[in-house]
Design a protein around this ligand. Structure first.
Ligand SMILES: [Zn+2]
Length: 286
């Protein structure tokens, strides 16, 4: 694959559908050994157990595997590398598949957040998830998004205005929908929203909706803009330009004024940028 190989890579997005969660294997991106013992004082899922690092010895003690998990509910905390602002990231994997657990499953938390949560401080993502669970809704439209996120260090060197802070910055890819015709017998696509299928085809010579990766870089959210900085494109989207917003497990989809096509940004967990952008646009409009 050449330098521009990724331009021609087709991507399949994963929607936020509860039944999809178990189908996504989580890859460990770190082989760093962690010291045994308590890593975080409180589990974000059950709010009771401590998150501990344990080493499990394999057959004859020749191999060992580290497991980071809750002592009460067994939720696993899988390290998935560092965030753009230097924090360790953990993806949580719950053990059962009921509604509550499915909403928590796959979520990404940062180590600094997990530490302050263990000290009794609120975690905005936990607050939103708990509210989603209590309202039994597979969406967060009706949920009060007045949660407080901590700003992060501007390690990306974004040019900020007065009183502007960075709240999110993660590596992301920019994708755009492509409509084509399929001549194969087709395979099932992934439903993104009502009537829109991505990554699949629906039989012979049917129009297909796919997404194509256009660029890769980072996505940042401040209190007044959304910024994508890629190898080829810099895209700035202001809250007043956003006309639709949707999210899936690993992406957000942004509809922008005077632009027919949605812009998709893939991230490691779509919930956080979705909530931050919602909060940003709400603040501007109120
Ligand atoms: Zn727990």
């Amino acid at each position: 694959m050449g330098i521009f190989g990724f331009l021609y890579k087709w991507r399949v997005l994963t929607p936020l559908a509860p039944e999809e969660t178990s189908a996504n294997p989580v890859k460990l991106q770190t082989d760093k050994e962690m010291p045994e013992g308590i890593l975080f004082n409180k589990c974000v899922f059950c709010k009771e157990g401590q998150v501990k690092v344990q080493t499990k010895k394999g057959l004859f003690g020749l191999t060992s595997q580290q497991i980071i998990g809750c002592s009460v509910c067994n939720t696993e905390y899988i390290p998935i590398g560092k965030s753009e602002f230097g924090q360790d990231k953990f993806r949580i994997k719950t053990k059962n598949q009921n509604f509550k657990e499915t909403l928590y499953d796959w979520r990404v938390f940062y180590s600094n957040e997990l530490i302050v949560f263990g000290k009794g401080k609120n975690n905005p993502i936990v607050e939103i998830l708990d509210e989603m669970v209590s309202k039994k809704e597979d969406g967060i439209d009706k949920i009060d998004l007045n949660v407080t996120f901590q700003s992060i260090d501007n390690t990306q060197g974004i040019v900020l205005e007065k009183d502007e802070n960075v709240y999110y910055s993660e590596s992301a890819a920019l994708l755009e929908e492509r409509v084509g015709r399929s001549y194969s017998t087709g395979y099932a696509g992934v439903r993104v929203s009502k009537g829109v299928f991505l990554g699949g085809s629906q039989g012979q010579s049917e129009p297909t909706h796919s997404v194509k990766q256009l660029d890769a870089g980072s996505l940042s959210i401040t209190n007044s803009k959304l910024l994508f900085r890629g190898s080829f494109k810099n895209i700035q989207i202001l809250p007043k330009e956003i006309i639709s917003l949707n999210f899936g497990k690993d992406y957000i989809a942004v509809g922008v004024k005077n632009r027919e096509k949605l812009r998709y940004f893939t991230v490691d967990d779509g919930l956080r940028p979705y909530v931050l952008i919602q909060a940003m646009t709400k603040k501007v409009r109120s």
